[in-house]
Structures are given as structure tokens and as C-alpha cells.
Design a protein around this ligand. Structure first.
Ligand SMILES: Cc1cc2nc3c(=O)[nH]c(=O)nc-3n(C[C@H](O)[C@H](O)[C@H](O)COP(=O)(O)O)c2cc1C
Length: 191
């Protein structure tokens, strides 16, 4: 069921580091993402696969996680993702980066759903320095880094709950279970 897959596909910030993710597994994800809708069917997105240990380490150092949780270091040491997909916008295809923003969201969610179906999981990451990532991955000038997807074997518990009193901030309990409040159907459907 699609709903089950969507519920399972959370933003994971703890992974089993012993489970390496292969280039073939990442290719399988991108192979699905290349089939999704694209504005004017321009398909400006390009994907840099990061799975080699040294590059993954470099990416781990450049990414910032769970800004809302001030007193917790996430991922916890030893619980980092073992791969990344760096989504780039090819500026030679469309000069206006705003035009491809919707494409990025569609592609990112599709990749994470596919990762979930492959028994893996991930997290979208927008909080990082674009120029640092571009330099680390040796990307050419015309590729603008827009979003990172951390990928790995999830190793933490995440629970969805209803938003109460308009509070959408996620939190963790004493057992490190991560809670994500979602607005109810009543909240989101315009009467
Ligand atoms: C565009 C985008 C950028 C995000 N960037 C980050 C990020 O830099 N670091 C992080 O820890 N989580 C990031 N997230 C994950 C959100 O915090 C997460 O989606 C939200 O807390 C809800 O959790 P859920 O995805 O499990 O429903 C991002 C999500 C989106 C959609």
C-alpha cells in the first residue's frame, strides 16, 4: 500500500553504519526518479552518487541535522548514513533555478520512497554550504547543488502523532524515540 510506504518513509537521522549502500542500489533509486513529471518536461536535474567511504565521510562533516533539537547531536556518533545522493540543477538546461524547484521535491520524495521499498531510508538535507559540497564532489560550474539525500539502513524509532495547539516542532523522548507531529485531515482540508 502506498500509504504504508509513505508512513515508513520518515526523515531518518540514525543509521546502521555496518550496512554499506552500493552504487547499484543508488542507481536503482535514480532510475525511478528519472520517470517523474518535470515542468515543460525539461528534466534539468542531475544526480551525483556518493558511496565511496572517504566521500561519504566528507559529506557527513558538511551536513547539518535536526536544527530544532538544540541539545542533541544527530546523527549520534557511529550512526551516520553510508551514502548520499546530491541533487543538482543543470543550468545549461534551464537558466532559471526557481523553475526546477518543484521538480526537485518530486524527485527527492520519489527517491526516498524507492529507498524505503529497497529496505533502506534517508533524509532530505537542505542545511549545508553549497560551495563546500560542490568543491568536495568536484562538480562543474553549471551544476548547482540544490538538495542532498542521505541514504542508509535506518536504525532509530520514529513515531507520527497529531499536531496539538499548532505545535509542529519534532521532539525526542528519554529513550531517543523521535516524534513527528503532522497536521490532521481536518486541519489541512479547507472547509
Ligand atoms: C526541503 C527539505 C530540507 C530539509 N533539510 C533538512 C536538514 O538540513 N537537516 C535535517 O535534519 N532535516 C532536514 N529536513 C527534514 C525535515 O526536518 C523533516 O521532513 C521534518 O522534520 C518532518 O519529518 P518527516 O520527514 O519524518 O515527516 C528537510 C526536509 C525538507 C523537505
Amino acid at each position: 500500500m502506498l500509504r504504508d510506504l509513505v508512513e515508513k518513509n520518515r526523515s531518518y537521522r540514525g543509521y546502521d553504519e555496518s550496512r554499506k549502500v552500493t552504487r547499484d542500489e543508488l542507481l536503482q533509486m535514480v532510475d525511478v526518479a528519472r520517470l517523474v513529471p518535470s515542468g515543460a518536461n525539461l528534466q534539468p536535474l542531475r544526480y551525483r552518487l556518493v558511496f565511496e567511504e572517504e566521500e561519504v565521510k566528507g559529506m557527513n562533516a558538511l551536513t547539518r541535522w535536526a536544527k530544532a533539537l538544540k541539545d542533541v547531536q544527530l546523527p549520534h556518533p557511529g550512526k551516520y548514513p553510508t551514502a548520499y545522493i546530491c541533487i543538482c540543477d543543470d543550468l545549461t538546461v534551464c537558466k532559471n533555478p526557481d523553475a526546477s524547484r518543484t521538480d526537485v521535491g518530486i524527485a527527492a520524495q520519489t527517491i526516498l520512497l524507492q529507498a524505503t521499498e529497497q529496505g533502506l531510508g534517508g533524509c532530505m538535507l537542505g542545511n549545508f554550504d553549497r560551495s563546500d559540497v560542490k568543491a568536495l564532489l568536484g562538480l562543474p560550474e553549471h551544476l548547482e547543488v540544490v538538495l542532498l539525500l542521505a541514504i542508509g539502513k535506518p536504525d532509530e524509532e520514529i513515531t507520527l502523532c497529531d499536531v496539538q495547539d499548532g505545535q509542529t516542532n519534532y521532539w525526542r523522548d528519554g529513550k531517543d524515540v523521535h516524534y513527528v507531529p503532522k497536521r490532521t485531515l481536518e486541519d489541512v482540508v479547507i472547509p
